[in-house]
Design a protein around this ligand. Structure first.
Ligand code: PLP
Length: 428
């Protein structure tokens, strides 16, 4: 009997779709998910005893690898002193200090419990601080599941937001304007049409929720200029890119300043954490110093802070980690590119730092409409071949490949060997 299959059957009786987050259900690849029993370093192990090379890394946070001893020890130490107090602690101060030291232009930090919560709170702050209601987001960028962020450009640019989920009132979405990633003119058009009404532009500095789409040269700095000219705030959602592209995240990597920055899972080292950050002047508009209300029983949780602090201190003290993960990602990119050419697969590889993607579309991908042209059926065949060969990729064309410090050159080479065999099978 397959234990994962049994568990999935049982799960579907008591959890919607058997999962606590939809992508885990493997629907888009037509399979059932392996249930994960444990993980160590760059490996995950399922309930049936199969071992995989892990390229999900819990969707980003496990940048040091799974069950890192230093992070686990910090968690166990903290747990001995209590799991939650709902009161100020020394670790929160240390965490905020470390983030302000590592990330440029950040003077104050408010901890929350997820990326969704970080974005939701930062958007409220942007609206409260500017006295404006409208937010510009980019189609294909994901910012968590709060109502105003669950919007895509349903009928093209320049339209008021159309909710992409049942249960989101049109009114909650009507102030969300959608522009095209890597297209400054689409942003300018919105600013011309809604002069003086736009509170913020929110962007994933590297779009990593429609596959991986790096910003073209001038795109992020162009957003900065537009915001400066119009009095809108620039909000970098760094839930994926923060502490991954570099110690200081995308602001440091691309040399572009953001007014507000959101972080998520990576600053929790695997525990549920998020944060939003910015200048003192902006952040002090949040309660209790200011009139923008935001709160949380478990915010700054001592065990989560211990895990996050341990991870961030290691990243801060070991710049060679970034060299290692970027080099491995480059090795994967080059290898996949050669195989795509060898087998004439209609696909292209994108990469930024340690984030990679194999898009089943020729000619690269620079925005959401192009991402949507990918051959998802071909991706599903590729995914199945890789999973069978022990490569644990995200079960969707529109997710990133995450490389971490625990990966080795030999892991990458094994992965390329699996891709070689999979492509050969697909061509047969
Ligand atoms: N923002 C970005 C860029 C994300 O990638 C995600 C999740 O992957 C979120 C926000 C939401 O974070 P969470 O899933 O922790 O709520």
């Amino acid at each position: 009997m397959m234990r994962s299959a049994d568990l999935f059957r049982e799960a579907k009786k008591v959890i919607p779709g058997g999962v606590n987050s939809p992508v885990r259900a493997y629907q888009s690849v037509g399979l059932e998910p392996p249930f994960i029993a444990k993980a160590k370093g760059a490996r995950v192990y399922d309930e049936d005893g199969r071992e995989y090379i892990d390229y999900i890394g819990s969707w980003g946070p496990m940048i040091l690898g799974q069950a890192d001893q230093r992070v686990c020890n910090a968690v166990m130490e903290a747990a001995k002193d209590g799991l939650s107090f709902g009161a100020p602690t020394a670790r929160e101060v240390e965490m905020a200090r470390l983030i302000t030291k590592m990330v440029p232009h950040v003077e104050m930090v408010r901890m929350v419990n997820s990326g969704t919560e970080a974005v939701m709170s930062a958007v409220r702050l942007a609206r409260g601080a500017t006295g404006r209601d409208k937010i510009v987001k980019f189609s294909g960028c994901y910012h968590g599941h709060s109502d105003p962020m669950l919007v895509k450009a349903g009928s093209g640019l320049m339209t008021a937001g159309v909710p992409s989920s049942l249960g989101v009132p049109e009114k909650a979405a009507e102030d969300t304007l959608t522009a095209e990633y890597n297209d400054l003119s689409s942003v300018r058009e919105l600013f011309e049409r809604y002069t003086g009404e736009i509170a913020a532009v929110i962007v994933e500095p590297v779009a990593a929720n429609m596959g991986v789409v790096p910003p073209e040269k001038g795109f992020l700095s162009g957003l900065r200029e537009i915001c400066d000219q119009s009095g809108a705030l620039l909000l970098f959602d760094e839930v994926i890119t923060g502490f991954r592209l570099s110690k200081g995240g995308a602001q440091e990597y691309f040399g572009v300043r953001a007014d507000l920055v959101t972080f998520g899972k990576i600053i929790g080292g695997g525990m549920p954490v998020g944060a939003y950050c910015g200048s003192r002047a902006l952040m002090e508009t949040v309660s209790p110093t200011g009139k923008v209300y935001q709160a949380g029983t478990l915010s700054g949780n001592p065990v989560a802070m211990a895990a996050g602090l341990a991870q961030l201190k290691i990243l801060d003290g070991h710049p060679e980690i970034y060299e290692h993960i970027d080099n491995l990602a480059q090795r994967l990119e080059n290898g996949l590119q050669s195989l795509v050419e060898k087998y004439r697969i209609p696909a292209s590889v994108t990469r930024c730092g340690s984030l990679c993607c194999l898009f089943f579309r020729e000619g690269g991908v620079r925005n959401y409409p192009e991402a949507q042209q990918c051959d998802t059926a071909l991706f599903a065949r590729y995914f199945k071949g890789m999973l069978r060969r022990g490569i644990y990729l995200a079960p969707s064309q529109f997710e990133a490949i995450f490389i971490g410090d625990a990966h080795t050159e030999s892991d990458i080479d094994k992965t390329l060997q699996a891709a070689d065999e999979t492509f050969a099978e697909m061509k047969a």
